[in-house]
Ligand binder design. Structure first.
Ligand SMILES: Nc1ncnc2c1ncn2[C@@H]1O[C@H](COP(=O)(O)OP(=O)(O)OP(=O)(O)O)[C@@H](O)[C@H]1O
Length: 262
């Protein structure tokens, strides 16, 4: 059957990342297509968070090319780069909201930087983002430190969505949430993905999230992406590094799910 050519949102070509003599990525390739929901998975220290920062244009790799929305990043500067940055929303591991600002002010901040809008319009737009993440309106005027862990993460997502990005990056979004909170967060991500036409990339160790939210898993190991495929295939992969990662109790849970969905 003929397949329609899908847009490449992220294309990493021969990426190298190194800290002093510690090589984190070497000849790393990865392609992510429009609308995909991709988990970046791999052992601790395999460079998942660093790779996410590179895709978010917060850090430059030492070699290789990053293509975002079909544009080679190394050939862009100034306005070109700023235009790309606006299309990327990033949710950091600890939320990274400003503690001296209310939730609403935190969401307004990126809007203020990029758009000349009246205060009332800014507030209206920010409230829209807040509602999209399922936060109650009262949360708008609270300070980050008075929010629960789950609310804080939603507020961080609302801020990441401020500029209507096409690509949303999330670093361990469900870490620290209880199972019910994590599952509600996963549902919110799926709703956002469906309603906003987003491409999602999340770094996660949470197998429940991987099964529920993602349609592709990119496995980092041996300094590169060893495989990119759906979780159903990943848990059956015979590569020794991938096998070792999933060969623990949590992975057995994943395998049980696999049997129950077969
Ligand atoms: N700024 C830095 N300076 C030096 N080394 C760094 C820096 N940032 C990351 N590293 C190293 O790069 C490697 C990859 O880090 P990274 O945080 O991306 O791993 P990870 O796969 O996300 O791990 P985890 O699952 O434990 O969060 C680690 O060995 C880390 O110590």
């Amino acid at each position: 059957m003929a397949m329609l050519e899908r847009n490449k949102i992220v294309e990493l070509q021969a990426i190298a990342t190194q800290f002093a003599d510690h090589v984190v990525h070497h000849q790393l390739d990865l392609t992510i297509y429009q609308g995909e929901r991709v988990a970046l998975v791999g052992g601790s220290g395999t460079g998942k968070s660093v790779l996410l920062s590179e895709i978010a244009l917060l850090r430059e790799p030492d070699a290789g090319e990053i293509m975002l929305f079909g544009q080679p990043v190394t050939q862009l500067s100034g306005q070109g780069l700023a235009g790309l940055r606006k299309q990327i929303g990033m949710m950091f591991q600890q939320g990274a909201l400003f503690s001296s600002l209310t939730v609403l002010e935190n969401i307004i901040l990126p809007l203020q930087e990029h758009q000349r809008l009246s205060q009332s319009l800014l507030e209206e737009l920010a409230m829209l983002k807040l509602r999209l993440t399922g936060l109650p309106e009262q949360a708008a005027h609270l300070y980050p430190q008075s929010l629960s862990g789950g609310m804080l993460k939603r507020a961080a997502v609302a801020r990441a969505l401020a500029l209507d990005p096409a690509l949303l990056l999330l670093d361990e979004p469900t870490a620290g949430l209880d199972p019910a909170g994590a599952s509600a967060f996963d549902d919110m991500l799926l709703e956002l993905h469906a309603s906003l036409n987003l491409t999602l990339i999340l770094v996660t160790h949470d197998l429940d999230s991987i099964w529920r939210v993602t349609d592709q898993v990119a496995f980092l190991g041996d300094q590169r992406v060893l495989a990119k495929q759906p979780i159903e295939m990943m848990v059956k992969d015979e590569h020794p590094v991938i096998k070792a990662y999933f060969a623990n109790n949590r992975a057995k849970r994943a395998a049980i799910k696999l049997e129950s969905t077969a």
